[in-house]
Write a new protein. Structure first.
Length: 97
């Protein structure tokens, strides 16, 4: 089992269009990982909500959104450098890869 995740880091401004873009990236990764359609859509929506929540909490500087693919799950971390204020979302994926 691979222990090193494959991660993408996005640096985005507090603009709802960028939240939607992060959601689109999550949707692509979820679909490519074999996540069921219903869960994929919910994960995308949760990512957009998390970004918008982070934008409201801190409207200065770029926000960092990390998308990580582990063997058994996908994780999204919004504002990962915010410590305990970071927003973390994870969903399981099949281990067929």
């Amino acid at each position: 089992m691979a222990t090193n995740p494959k991660c993408i880091q996005l640096r985005i401004d507090a603009d709802p269009r960028f939240a939607a873009a992060a959601g689109g990236a999550v949707r692509y990764l979820a679909e490519a990982s074999g996540m069921p359609e219903e869960m994929t859509k919910e994960f995308q929506e949760a990512t957009i909500r998390a970004c918008l929540e982070a934008f409201e909490a801190t409207n200065t500087g770029p926000h960092i959104v990390e998308l990580c693919r582990f063997e058994d799950r996908l994780e999204v971390v919004v504002d990962s450098k915010a410590g305990s204020n970071a927003i973390r979302i994870a969903r399981p994926v099949g281990s067929h890869r």
